[in-house]
Design a protein around this ligand. Structure first.
Ligand SMILES: Cc1ncc(COP(=O)(O)O)c(C=O)c1O
Length: 391
């Protein structure tokens, strides 16, 4: 049985063109970009071409791009780096974030609070998990070190008004970090229009390889490096750069930007069909996240009284790969904090289902899922017959 994959928010396959761009840097051009000889110089040239390509996607200077080992590391470098530098420079001790961040941001904020003496304000979100610029502005203080807000939410699909949030923070001289790992490949990444200080990216949600990402760092920003060692990446991230993966990251995000409109138009048609039919055909189902301001490939639901993990296992057996929300959460029986922050009761939040479509997804894939899901949900909701006495 072939599996119909509907979990593109967890990860995507590598685009053949991206793979082809990477392969020479595993084989013939394997040099260390720090070496002075020819092979090293060829690797360095590839690294700098990748930086220039990504800079073009972001609308910034190449020097503003720092390569990392993924979205999580980019979030860590930005948040810890900005917070610790702001404390050193101006005695800042306060962080503003939201209750709907990915764990890479949330856990870093919690560590800064619990082990480094920062106070953390999580601004409230609305029932769609959206953060308003006004709520962020209300939370800002003179000693705020950084504001951290997600761009496109991994669990809910909701898109936040980043430009307005950045403007509110900038008006108070506070840097803004944005997690754009889910947004990359689907939403505009023009850092000047977004007005951000730092922006985290990864490759593997955008048909690039796993284990590579980047951080945009606005000119004039002071960050305390998290990973110390050699002077790679302007001294902000020590370690020999993974040239093949970096080449893949740049090519994946270049292609995604060039082809964004056509991919998004297809994804929106499939996504909207999923949403309309599930709400119609599955009783006591609700859309989670914003009805319109959401990622083009993202449909997410709460199904009252359903065990979300059991549903995922039954879907898998039926040939459908889906998710309950965040890939980091799968298997955890507790209802998601993100859904609770949107005001859902545990009875609804425990039955979360995330279906995300991708470039290979077809209308037939969606229709297959739509014929399977209602029956599975009904079976999982059916009361279990009591065991007979003496059995
Ligand atoms: C919103 C968001 N931020 C950060 C990450 C972490 O990225 P990576 O897997 O590249 O470390 C993910 C991936 O799940 C994500 O969805």
């Amino acid at each position: 049985m072939t599996t119909i994959y509907l979990d593109y928010a967890a990860t995507t396959p590598v685009d053949e063109r991206v793979l082809a761009a990477m392969l020479p840097y595993f084989r013939e051009h394997f040099g260390n970009p720090s070496s002075v000889h020819g092979p090293g110089q060829r690797a360095e040239a590839a690294l700098e071409r990748a930086r220039a390509t990504l800079a073009e996607v972001l609308g910034c200077a190449p020097e503003a791009v720092i390569f990392t080992s993924g979205g999580s590391e980019a979030d860590n470098l930005a948040l810890r780096g900005l917070a610790l530098a702001a404390r050193e420079q101006r005695g800042a001790r306060h962080i503003v974030s939201t209750p709907v961040e990915h764990e890479a941001v949330k856990a870093t904020c919690h560590q800064l609070r619990d082990h480094f003496g920062f106070e953390l304000t999580e601004v409230p979100v609305d029932r769609y998990g959206q953060v308003s610029a006004a709520a962020v502005a209300d939370a800002l203080r003179d000693d705020t070190a950084v504001v951290a807000v997600i761009y496109g939410n991994n669990e809910l699909g909701t898109i936040n008004p980043i430009a307005a949030i950045s403007a509110a923070a900038r008006a108070r001289g506070v840097p803004v970090h944005v997690d754009a790992v889910q947004a990359a490949g689907q939403l505009p990444l023009d850092v000047a229009a977004l007005g951000v200080t730092t922006l985290a990216l990864g490759a593997h949600k955008a048909y690039g390889p796993k284990g590579v990402g980047a951080l945009y760092v606005a000119p004039g920003t002071t960050l305390l490096p998290v990973q110390t060692g050699g002077s790679h990446e302007r001294g902000l991230r020590a370690g020999t750069p993974n040239v093949p993966l970096i080449v893949g990251l740049a090519e994946a995000l270049r292609l995604a930007a060039a082809e964004r409109d056509s991919h998004n138009a297809r994804a929106i048609t499939l996504r909207d069909r999923l949403i309309a039919r599930i709400l119609e055909w599955v009783p006591e189902s609700a859309l989670t996240g914003h009805p319109t301001e959401r990622l083009p490939n993202h449909a997410s639901f709460a199904l009252r009284g359903v065990d979300g993990n059991a549903l995922l296992m039954h879907l898998d057996l039926a040939g459908y790969a889906a998710s309950s929300g965040s890939a980091c959460k799968t298997g955890d029986p507790r209802p998601s904090d993100v859904l609770l922050a949107c005001g859902l009761t545990p009875e609804w939040a425990s039955g979360s289902l995330r279906l995300t479509v991708g470039r290979p997804t077809t209308a037939a894939d969606i229709d297959g899922l739509l014929t399977t899901l209602p029956g599975l949900v009904a079976r999982l909701r059916a009361p279990v017959a009591p065991a007979s006495a003496g059995a």
